[in-house]
Design a protein around this ligand. Structure first.
Ligand code: C5P
Length: 242
């Protein structure tokens, strides 16, 4: 493979300059971090699995009309994506109480929520990704009101579609995090889904046993982390060979 210019290195991925203008290569690492970098580790094979899982989910979403940055998978650990301007907001959708929501409000993990809840977090390692409101987002200019409307509408479609998709393979989509970017085409701007969708940023529980098949196995030292990611890929019917 030719050497490419590194554009950005995150905790679990690296972005390289793409083969054509307006494209990037997204490389999936095995590195795992939790609790804002306080816990670090390696989940062997995670990058390969997340590359494949995210390819599958982004492709299905694109088929139902959700615009995404994903173009195509290039190899085991890399995918070609459109270059977008990342909006510095993490949008979390929750269907069942877990994680920081359970902690913050004292709601037992596993309590179904009466309706899906959307939360926003400002992407900033130094500030520990603080939770923010629509007011902060628009007042500080991180996203325009119309951008935010588009992000919410897309997130709810993603939630409906993925909840059904995962239910079909015996998994409950408890919550997940999405990131969006601005994509310019012929002087027009569209908000598109960016980053990845994988067990790194979703909570997925087995419907029957409530077994966790996501990054909480790493966060909570539950063991069998790689096996859990593999099980998600297996149920999706996309377990990579070898
Ligand atoms: O920790 P918390 O309960 O707020 O996480 C909600 C969801 O968002 C989980 O699925 C988690 O994996 C995801 N998340 C993420 N990246 C973050 C924070 C949360 O992918 N920085």
């Amino acid at each position: 493979m030719t050497r490419r210019r590194r554009i950005y290195e995150g905790k679990a991925k690296v972005l390289f300059e793409g083969p054509e203008p307006g494209t990037l290569v997204q490389y999936f690492k095995d590195d795992a971090t939790a609790f804002n970098n306080q816990k670090k580790g390696i989940i062997t094979g995670k990058g390969v699995l997340n590359n494949r899982i995210s390819e599958y989910l982004m492709s299905r979403l694109s088929e139902i009309g959700v615009p995404t940055h994903f173009v195509r998978r290039l190899n085991m650990r890399e995918q070609l994506v459109r270059e977008v301007e990342i909006i510095p907001i993490e949008l979390v959708v929750r269907n069942v109480a877990a994680g920081s929501l359970s902690k913050r409000f004292g709601i037992p993990e596993g309590t179904p929520l009466p309706r899906s809840i959307i939360e926003y977090y400002y992407k900033s390692d130094e500030l520990n990704d603080p939770m923010v409101t629509e007011e902060h987002i628009t007042a500080f200019g991180w996203a325009a009101p119309q951008d935010l409307d588009d992000m919410v509408a897309l997130s709810l479609r993603v939630n409906d579609y993925l909840s059904g998709l995962f239910l079909g393979i015996g998994l409950r989509l408890v919550d997940f995090k999405l990131e969006f970017g601005r994509l310019w085409e012929n002087e027009e701007m569209r908000i598109v889904l960016a980053d990845e969708i994988s067990p790194d940023n979703c909570r997925l529980w087995d419907i029957k046993t409530n077994e966790k098949l996501d990054k909480d196995r790493f966060r909570q030292d539950l063991g069998k982390v790689e096996e859990a990611y593999q099980e998600v890929a297996r149920r999706l019917g996309i377990l990579p060979e070898g």
